[in-house]
Design a binder for this molecule. Structure first.
Ligand code: SAH
Ligand code: SF4
Length: 359
């Protein structure tokens, strides 16, 4: 048999594998508990198993999936990012953000205001094929998809780290490197595995997945009626501007995207978040705000705008405080809820769109 990553296995796959080894189902359950309750990360930690089975695990399954090579902490202490090396030498980044109650109040209410939060931002690909001009991940191009296990392992790594400090992950955002809807099956099986009540039991409602707007996949996601929250990276309200920033808009223009969003809200009754990186005098104009308000009229949604984070390959600048305030005012005035989010983790290149395979 092949050499599988332990976190790539679903529970039923683990049961079959153990059956091949002549082991009963309860052994699979013990391993599952070890992985997703105790966050054991090496065969020798599985003290509930006989030594012979631990040896077999070590021989046939890969546990060392993500090797943390560098960890940086922002100067305010609220953002930490880790560069992980994968088995093939490629690398990804994962970001942990701490929100204290006062900061949370400034965020979207539906994200759990009033409580201290630990939000983990995970990656789904090495690089990204979508080529958005202002995004460092897009600037590095597409290297490969992550397997479901490589996605799951990012969460378990941090779950273990936080547990040792008496903390837990409160939210997972699939907003790191890569386009999750381009790697849909692996991303969804990762979320399902994290969701498993007999495993990590992380509620789908605490997961938010962000897409650049791959229309057919949004329809599929809508039809599946998952409880996972959906965010759409919109960034521009007309096709000419959006195509200049996000090449994928040529394939899936705004009207098709908005139709898919309406489909999603109709199918699920859930609110959509639209993300908007405010670039000075590009998409932070009153015209764009009015166009956006028109586009979103009648849709159950919320706009999360964030001043552009700097990346090496893009010369656009962040909006100013005044222009951002004006943008928000126009939306609010038109009845579209809008939050201007604080930039964070910029000093460690841990902000939105800043992640790469190197520190
Ligand atoms: N590929 C998905 C998931 C990544 S999420 C997506 O794009 O939605 C990363 C978020 O940061 C997206 O909303 C993305 O559009 C945004 N982003 C990218 N580059 C940015 C930058 N330089 N400044 C601020 N936000 C950025
Ligand atoms: Fe990919 Fe998202 Fe970056 Fe665009 S913004 S290049 S889709 S990671």
């Amino acid at each position: 048999m092949g050499f599988s990553l332990i976190y790539d296995l679903s529970f039923s796959e683990l049961i079959s594998l153990l059956a091949e080894w002549g082991e009963p189902v309860y052994r699979a359950r013990q391993i599952w508990q070890g992985l997703y309750h105790n966050f054991w990360i090496a065969p020798n930690e599985f003290t509930t198993l006989p030594a012979s089975l631990r040896l077999k695990l070590a021989k046939f399954l890969e546990f060392n999936i993500l090797v943390p090579t560098t960890t940086l902490q922002s100067s305010d202490g609220d953002t930490v990012k880790t560069l992980f090396q994968l088995n093939d030498g490629k690398a990804i980044e994962t970001v942990l953000m701490k929100y204290d109650p006062s900061a949370v109040l400034q965020l979207a209410q539906h994200e759990g205001a009033g409580k201290s939060r630990r939000t983990l931002c995970i990656s789904t690909q090495v690089g990204c094929a979508m080529g958005c001009v202002f995004c460092a991940t897009g600037q590095m191009g597409f290297k490969r998809h992550l397997s479901s296990g490589e996605i799951v392992a990012q969460v378990i790594y941090y779950a273990r780290l936080l547990r040792d400090r008496g903390e837990v992950i409160s939210n997972v955002v699939v907003m790191g490197m890569g386009e999750p809807f381009h790697n849909y099956d692996n991303t969804m099986s990762a979320i399902d595995r994290l969701n498993d009540p007999d495993g990590y039991n992380f509620g789908a409602r605490r997961v938010t997945i962000s897409t650049i707007g791959l229309v057919p996949v949004i329809h599929q996601f809508a039809a599946e009626k998952r409880q996972v929250n959906l965010a759409i990276s919109l960034h521009a309200a007309d096709d000419v501007l959006r195509t200049s920033m996000l090449p994928v808009n040529k394939r899936y223009p705004i009207d098709e995207l908005l139709e898919a969003c309406h489909d999603y809200v109709a199918a699920t009754g859930r609110r959509i978040t639209f993300e908007w990186a405010l670039v000075n005098e590009v998409n932070d104009t009153p015209e764009q705000a009015h166009l956006l308000a028109n586009l979103l009229k009648g849709l159950l949604c919320h706009v999360n705008a964030i001043p552009l984070n700097p990346t090496l390959g893009y010369s656009g600048k962040a909006t100013t405080r005044q222009r951002a305030a004006k943008f928000k005012e126009i939306l609010i005035h038109s009845g579209i809820p809008c939050t201007i989010r604080l930039r964070r983790g910029i000093d460690i290149k841990g902000g939105c769109g800043q992640l790469m395979s190197i520190i």
